[in-house]
Design a protein around this ligand. Structure first.
Ligand code: HEM
Length: 330
């Protein structure tokens, strides 16, 4: 059954109002209860936690702006496999971090430095999963995105398997598999379209798009859905797989909804970005976000808060690692 675009836009508006009202203190209290995560989780045990994370992220991002998008992506990759449990940080043979799919992830050293300082101030207290979640939130704000409250109490996983990194979408997927993947994480179609908007900043290694610009589906030609001028630009920029290209072709440094306007002009970098505009399940949401920058800004915070709560370990599950790179030996 085809749903008229106007009804879908109306539906998004209603969803937004519902989510706005869900942001009340009462709704946050209920979410806390359901999740076992708490806004005041470290108030007594490590009151400096958020201030330390914020200071360190700022120090590093001030020196290297590219770390802000890198941290957001690292958080997404963490939450995509076994939930937000810092499994991506485990640095051992055969772990997710060692997988081919993880090779362009960055930000590990910053998390290590935050953890080292926290171990001095409040030993064995703050989990690596909470550190990464808080750092990704602060990085988003520093990049010009929204702020959202993060509840804490995530525990660190003890399992990390390289093969499972293949679960994370890499940009070649169709919309059905993206929707199914997000649904498996408890995230809906709105979250998929809104969180893909993280690609309003940051960069991509050319290796991730070379088949799209040179040999689409083995045809020896480019994907016909790319704007010809943009294709020329990409071919000039991406002579080598190891080079980088901006994910947002027009305003790569601004956290804005121009990413969605680019999709409408056939200027999405990844296949998975561009398809959001052409698929009937996602295109009305793209249109709504392209035309309402404030809606994107607000909803990004809501969807990131949801991402940070995916399949978290709490209570006695998992552990609080002393070093984010390794499971505890005791
Ligand atoms: C919807 C499914 C998604 C796909 C298919 C996808 C795919 C990709 C790919 C292929 C890259 C470039 C990797 C490379 O260097 O070659 C990338 C970069 C990036 N992704 Fe995604 N992503 C998705 C969702 C997300 C989400 C949910 C977030 C954050 C909440 C995110 C944040 C980022 C950021 C910020 C970058 C730039 C990283 C940097 O500059 O270092 N992505 N993504």
């Amino acid at each position: 059954m085809k749903v008229p675009v106007t009804s879908l836009v109306l539906m998004i508006a209603v969803l937004t109002v519902v989510q706005l009202s869900c942001n009340s203190a009462w709704a946050q209290f209920i979410e806390e209860e359901e999740l076992d995560l708490l806004f005041g989780f470290y108030h007594r045990t490590c009151p400096q936690f958020e201030a330390i994370v914020h200071r360190k992220v700022k120090q590093w991002v001030d020196k290297d702006r590219t770390l802000a998008p890198a941290l957001m992506r690292l958080h997404f990759h963490d939450c995509s496999v076994r939930g937000c449990d810092a499994s991506i940080l485990l640095n051992q043979p055969g772990s997710e971090r060692k997988a081919e799919e993880s090779k362009s992830l960055r930000g590990f050293e910053l998390i290590d430095e935050i953890k080292a300082e926290l171990e001095k101030k409040c030993p064995k207290t703050v989990s690596c999963a909470d550190i990464l979640t808080a750092a990704a939130r602060d990085a988003t704000v520093m990049a010009g995105g929204p702020f959202w409250m993060v509840p804490y109490g995530r525990r660190d996983g003890r399992v990390s398997i390289a093969k499972e990194a293949k679960l994370v979408p890499m940009g070649h997927e169709n919309i059905t598999s993206l929707i199914e993947f997000f649904q498996s994480q408890g995230l809906n179609v709105l979250d998929l379209v809104v969180l893909s908007g993280a690609h309003t900043i940051g960069r991509c290694t050319c290796g991730s798009v070379q088949s799209r610009i040179y040999n689409h589906k083995g045809t020896g030609k480019a994907d016909p859905t790319i704007d010809p001028k943009y294709l020329n630009y990409l071919r000039r920029k991406c002579r080598w797989a190891s080079e980088y290209v901006d994910l947002d072709a027009t305003t790569p440094k601004a956290f804005d909804s121009v990413y969605y306007k680019n999709l409408q002009k056939k200027m999405g970098l990844l296949t998975s970005d561009q398809l959001l505009h052409s698929d009937h399940r996602t295109s009305p949401i793209v249109a709504a976000l392209a035309s309402q920058p404030h809606l994107f800004h607000y909803q990004f915070g809501v969807s990131m808060a949801k991402l940070g709560n995916v399949q978290v370990l709490t209570g006695e599950e998992g552990e609080v690692r002393s070093n984010c790179n390794f499971v505890n030996r005791y």
